[in-house]
Design a protein around this ligand. Structure first.
Ligand SMILES: Cc1cc2nc3c(=O)[nH]c(=O)nc-3n(C[C@H](O)[C@H](O)[C@H](O)COP(=O)(O)O)c2cc1C
Length: 492
């Protein structure tokens, strides 16, 4: 059963002993960060926090609780996607990609079941929904309600203000009508205006560019909460033109019910906790946005981004405000990023059948470091993989790729570093290249462009100009290890 709201998800987390309720007032400015950061740095991501009485900067208590770190462990990420482990989804996607005529009755049943699940990928249309239980049209007089009533966090001391950190942002391609949902932070400028931090390479930025070319107002809707599948789909690097709503329907095994917005011509999930409607005015200059304590663990500096003008805020009567903080890893987004990497693994494997596994270690903060293991068959295959990955969607941002042999466990950083250090002749086995890079990366001299390095840490073949014999790794036979374990159990 798909989650009907953030509250339903919070209740599930509580039932699974994955959530702590904080009943005392906690300030949205820095204090929630201090509690959440402590949890996120605890073993296995600590627990989710439900801050029941968020203390707003004006000294009042917000009527909306804050849910934070709800995705911050492999288990909670699986609970959000309603699977026992995220790898179940990897298997489902691998199965779909391999779909071929059934060869047995069992095969046929499985295909039929998958087919039913796929029916749910299509959204349904409803005329109203819980997200409209309370409607504030800001032109009714915005002194009654504004963004200042929502418990938006000021995350780090030098942040330029409070930032909405788990928004799902709905935009439409003005030419094709294609929908996109992305997660782009929003700095609160005032009660009805925010920044819209879609970076240069993101899909909404491409949609926005078309509106800037035509000078037409760009409708934008921002949803918060609802089924936890939604923020996951928004941050997942789906190819441009592929609707995240389809992915959401597939993951929740239930159609996403869409409802029309009040003041703009866009549709949003009716089960959202909050919907913030508004527009971007292309005739307006970009506004300074930032600084912001970012995923990188550093503050990203002030830069120009579009201003988002709010026309209407609708919400559930018992809405919960979902938030996260980003910063030095490990943070909650690590688990979201890792789950999305598992989701795309079958797609990578379909393009590159030699890929065995892939990992984005925490220290690399999403794109900085990628480990990939391959079943190597021919000379320079590791370089083919590097080029291939740098050419696939947001993998273009990867700063460092390390390719290892199939037996290396890419989820064990120590195992990868051991093989990297042992197997490379740095000059021979590294490849430097140029390309676009993550807008958040402060290391390149010029924003958005930079270099990438790949290391071929696989064992070398004669065809790769290695005239010597590659040595064998020391290891004891598995049968001997098992027998010794039986005879001399650990901790006896
Ligand atoms: C917590 C969180 C915050 C994010 N904030 C931003 C952001 O402010 N700007 C941005 O361009 N990407 C941000 N991202 C990454 C995008 O959501 C991600 O690249 C997504 O795939 C973009 O969607 P798109 O490909 O449809 O543009 C964030 C991701 C997470 C998990």
């Amino acid at each position: 059963m798909a989650f009907s709201s953030m509250r339903a998800f919070a209740e599930k987390l509580e039932a699974e002993k994955e959530l702590i309720r904080i009943t005392e007032p906690v300030a949205t400015e820095l204090e929630i960060t201090a509690l959440a950061d402590r949890e996120m740095k605890s073993p296995n991501g600590g627990r989710a926090l439900l801050i029941e009485k968020p203390l707003l900067p004006n000294g009042s208590i917000s009527s909306f609780p804050v849910l934070i770190n709800a995705f911050g462990s492999r288990r909670r990420m699986a609970l959000a996607l309603e699977v026992t482990d995220v790898d179940e989804i990897t298997d489902q996607i691998a199965f779909l990609l391999k779909a071929k005529p059934p060869r047995s009755l069992a095969d046929a049943w499985t295909l039929l079941r998958e087919g039913f699940d796929l029916i749910h990928t299509r959204p349904s249309r409803v005329t109203t929904g819980p997200c409209k239980e309370v409607v504030h049209r800001l032109d009714d007089g915005w002194d009654k309600f504004s963004l200042a009533d929502v418990p938006v966090l000021k995350c780090w001391p030098r942040d330029g203000g409070p930032f909405v950190t788990l928004p799902t942002v709905y935009t439409q391609d003005p030419d094709s009508g294609d929908r996109n949902i992305g997660m782009y932070r929003m700095q609160i400028f005032d009660g009805r205006t925010t920044g819209m931090h879609w970076q240069l390479h993101k899909v909404a930025a491409r949609h926005g560019k078309r509106y800037y070319e035509t000078g037409q107002r760009m409708p934008v809707a921002v949803c918060l909460g609802g089924d936890p599948v939604m923020p996951f789909c928004a941050m997942a690097p789906m190819p441009d033109g592929l609707d995240e709503i389809l992915l959401a329907g597939f993951l929740r095994k239930k159609s996403v019910p869409l409802v029309k917005c009040e003041t703009i011509d866009l549709e949003v999930p009716a089960h959202s906790d909050f919907v913030i409607e508004g527009y971007i005015d292309p005739t307006e200059p970009l506004r300074p946005e930032g600084p912001f304590g970012d995923h990188t663990g550093f503050y990203t500096p002030v830069d120009g981004y579009p201003a988002f003008h709010v026309t209407c805020i609708t919400h559930r009567r018992d809405a919960i405000y979902p938030a996260t903080i980003v910063g030095k890893p490990p943070m909650e987004d690590l688990y979201m990023g890792q789950a999305s990497a598992r989701l795309f693994l079958p797609v990578f494997k379909m393009n590159f059948p030699e890929i065995v596994d892939m990992a984005l270690p925490a220290e690399g903060v999403f794109h900085n470091l990628v480990f990939v293991s391959i079943r190597k068959q021919y000379p320079y295959q590791a370089y083919k993989i590097m080029h291939g990955l740098w050419g696939m969607g947001q993998m273009m941002f990867t700063k460092i790729i390390v390719v290892v042999d199939a037996h290396v466990n890419v989820h064990d950083t120590s195992d990868v570093l051991f093989h990297l250090c042992a197997n490379i002749d740095p000059q021979r086995d590294s490849l430097l290249t140029k390309g676009p890079c993550d807008s958040l990366d402060h290391a390149p001299s010029v924003a958005n462009i930079g270099s990438h390095i790949g290391f071929d840490a696989t064992s070398k073949l004669a065809g790769e100009g290695y005239p010597r014999e590659w040595p064998e790794e020391c290891a004891l036979p598995a049968t001997l290890l098992e027998e010794m374990e039986k005879r001399f159990p650990r901790g006896r």
